[in-house]
Design a protein around this ligand. Sequence first.
Ligand SMILES: *Cc1c(COP(=O)(O)O)cnc(C)c1O
Length: 224
Amino acid sequence: MSIGEVYNKIKNEIPENVTLICVSKTRQISEIKEAYDSGARDFGENKVQEFLEKYDSIGKDIRWHFIGHLQTNKVKYIVGKVHLIHSLDSIHLLKEIEKRYGAKNEIANVLIQINIGNEIAKTGVAPEEMNDLIKACEECNNVKVKGLMATIPIGDDESSRKYFAKMKAVFDDLKTYKYKNVSMEFLSLGMSKDFPIALEQGANMIRLGTKIFGKRDYKKLEAL
Ligand SMILES: *Cc1c(COP(=O)(O)O)cnc(C)c1O
């Protein structure tokens, strides 16, 4: 199946309210165009420089999702160009986003990334630090929190189900509070291997790379 055919097949299989993000990291412009021509408008990138190269090359009606760890010194390059930042994971980063977006009079829409498995080598705010981060978000003028994102520990279906369910519980709990600048609209969970379980557990944003474009080849990047 072609990229476009796979995209359309998945799009038809998932509920209408679910945002399907085509994770285009390491992919050529031509591959992104194939998905775009089939109707895809949500794309995910995880490196600022790679994102900027692609941003300048294709459709301005693309909604770009920044899904990778965002270094504070790179925030200034993405202001006004990203639809949704999935990876707010510290007060330090929040302050930089507030400052840079404020300077350009733009609003940053963000998801809080939670390290739900408490993994040492993973980014994301620890669940027990989430409340402090939310408090800091309430003080902002140029940041709006729209939901939560996580990448879960590698494991079998049962393990994935457990972590997705934990995320849904945090999401539902936050929904019951009225924090300033915080609304729980999007729950971004699920990648190529586990998205059906994520959907079963209540995700409404899924991030698929391999499933749509095939296996990633990091060497190809040099020829972008
Ligand atoms: C690469 C990546 C994905 C997509 O992974 P696949 O397994 O190729 O679907 C999703 N989310 C994040 C944060 C990623 O970095």
